[in-house]
Design a protein around this ligand. Structure first.
Ligand code: SAM
Length: 241
């Protein structure tokens, strides 16, 4: 990898001539792992200002400084899409967060359902996975990973204008079909390995903004279902078209 291919997310405003301080973890990654030194170039983004070329101005073991030079890509925000998913085993939950960031979800919301396998999440770890995914896929936006929220509470406070693509395994075998509303706020909902309970299904089906959707002729694992649903949504309503 040439040094210019290295991309780093920084929580610091970017602009021409701006200096950007590095914390110990960033210094370890750039100088310890990637072997960058003073004068080497890389690309940085802050989630708001597009991508910038920067050079290393100071390199230390516990910190450092970058000098921001010129913008290399404009800011590109994803469509207003939330991914709601019931956390499953650790590695598969990590996979869902990583893929959601790559696939262009704007917000990732772990939800606790009646059959959710896991009652706790490490929000900071999941957020770090979203950052890494954005660094690697060339994105300039990092989706927020929200804290775990109960599905019934989320539905009780549901924003009136947000459509809900409810991926319902009970519809397996029906053709996947999603009605339009391109440009509107949306959310995709994926259940846990045990699926949705009957009361949840009844509540979701009667929800005024819900669109119950099949993901084809086979029951998919939750992590596969998340990627399939995001693909279907992006093709129908998102920024792939
Ligand atoms: N235990 C459930 C069963 O046997 O019916 C399957 C749950 S599935 C592993 C996990 C989640 O992925 C589901 O709750 C649903 O949101 C989604 N999913 C998987 N396959 C699907 C399909 N063919 N159609 C719609 N949603 C699907």
């Amino acid at each position: 990898m040439t040094v210019d291919k290295i991309r780093l997310y920084v929580e610091h405003p970017l602009g021409e001539g701006q200096t950007v301080p590095l914390d110990a973890a960033q210094a370890h990654y750039l100088f310890g792992v990637m072997r960058l030194g003073v004068g080497d170039g890389l690309r940085v983004f802050d989630g708001l200002s597009g991508e910038w070329r920067a050079t290393v101005a100071e390199a230390g073991k516990r910190g450092g400084m970058l000098a921001c030079e010129v913008q290399t890509a404009p800011q590109r925000d994803p469509p207003d899409l939330w991914l709601l998913f019931a956390p499953i085993k650790k590695a598969r939950t990590d996979f869902i967060v990583e893929k959601a960031a790559e696939m262009g979800a704007a917000r990732i919301v772990p939800v606790q359902t009646d059959f959710t396998n896991s009652e706790r999440i490490r929000q900071d770890r999941l957020q770090a996975h979203a950052v890494e995914a954005a660094e690697q896929c060339g994105g300039t936006f990092v989706p927020e990973v929200a804290g775990l929220v109960r599905l019934d509470r989320l539905l009780a406070d549901w924003p009136g204008d947000r459509h809900l693509m409810f991926c319902d395994e009970a519809l397996v075998g029906e053709p996947p079909a999603l009605g339009g509303a391109r440009g509107a706020p949306w959310a995709v909902l994926i259940g846990p390995e045990g699926g949705f309970s009957q009361p949840e299904r009844a509540r979701l089906r009667s929800h005024p903004m819900a669109h119950p959707v099949s993901l084809g002729p086979r029951i998919l694992r939750a992590d596969t279902a998340a990627v399939a649903a995001l693909t279907l949504w992006q093709l129908t309503c998102g920024d792939w078209g």
